[in-house]
Design a protein around this ligand. Structure first.
Ligand code: ADP
Length: 292
């Protein structure tokens, strides 16, 4: 069931986009998301994917739409087409193409790997983005930097550390360990040009599309170090080996990238600390003790 005022707004706006009247036949909840209400909207004109939440989340949906459109324009991977972002009464929503799940094609992981490398070929003169966005519910600053190290320290790890301090989640030991790491960082991370990244590529943020291809959703895009993206895929178990070998065939990463996975994942782990609490501290300390 949609909140009462959403349905007439959707019928009206969707009708304008499609140029014909639309009726909503059924709303079925879609599971798997972490933040918003997700629904398959079955209409007389086909299915659409709707995410909605309280009006305070409008900026989050606007940023998601910008991110999806940027990824779509890169043309490397299937991305759902965004139809509209709007609000109605006390709710905000994003409406997009519904991805009908297809069968996993035999070359799914291989194609996914080299398509991601193709996405990463999209570059920029600096690290960051022309707007800030969100990672989950947290705001993500994308202020431009000329080098990755300062971007990674200030806009990623440092920003999360500051937030964690405000939330009372840190100790002086944690700050000391990060300070030590920040000093060593230029010697630990090899240079890479800025790459267009999905930015939140874990296993919950891709689907198998209608042709058996990977379809990426729910991004936190920016131009960053591509090892950050590959590390993210390893955060909760990792993708299949063919994915990594195919990526490496298309555009090899510098030697030792697998040993640096933890280093890059300090950012999403700090995000998890801020979103879900101190349960993530142990892993953060383990990584810090390895690198600082
Ligand atoms: P949240 O922002 O709350 O984390 P997601 O964007 O991850 O929500 O979406 C929730 C779930 O809906 C995902 O796990 C995914 O399986 C599914 N999903 C996301 N986008 C689409 C889409 N365009 N079509 C069909 N299913 C989708």
């Amino acid at each position: 069931m949609l909140p009462g005022h959403l349905e007439p707004t959707l019928v009206d706006l969707l009708g304008k986009i499609l140029g014909r009247s639309v009726s909503i036949l059924k709303c079925s909840p879609v599971r798997g998301g972490c933040i918003h209400h997700a629904t398959e909207l079955k209409t007389g004109q086909g299915s659409f994917f709707l995410k909605y939440n309280r009006i305070e989340e409008l900026a989050n949906f606007q940023a998601e739409a910008r991110g999806l459109r940027l990824l779509e324009s890169a043309g490397a991977l299937k991305v759902p087409q965004v139809l509209l972002v709007s609000d109605s009464g006390s709710h905000a929503f994003i409406l997009m193409e519904f991805i009908l799940p297809g069968p996993h094609s035999d070359d799914f992981w291989t194609t996914f790997g080299h398509s991601l490398a193709n996405l990463h070929w999209n570059t920029s003169s600096r690290y960051g983005l022309d707007h800030d966005n969100f990672i989950g519910r947290l705001s993500q600053s994308n202020t431009w930097h000329n080098n990755w190290i300062s971007f990674f320290i200030e806009e990623r790890m440092g920003a999360q550390l500051k937030l964690a301090k405000q939330k009372g989640l840190t100790s002086s030991n944690l700050h000391t360990a990060f300070e030590a790491l920040f000093k060593r960082l230029p010697n630990l991370i090899p240079d890479e040009p800025p790459s267009l990244l999905h930015g939140d590529l874990w296993s919950g943020n891709f689907l198998v599309g209608p042709k058996g291809e990977a379809c990426i959703v729910d991004p936190a895009v920016y131009y960053g170090h591509r090892e950050a993206e590959l590390a993210f895929t390893r955060l909760f178990g990792g993708f299949e080996p063919q994915f990594y070998s195919s990526y490496m065939n298309a555009w090899p990463l510098k030697e030792g990238w697998e040993e640096r996975v933890g280093l890059f994942n300090l950012y999403p782990l700090m995000v998890h600390l801020n979103l879900f609490g101190k349960g993530y501290l142990r892993e953060i300390y383990d990584i810090l003790s390895k690198f600082s």
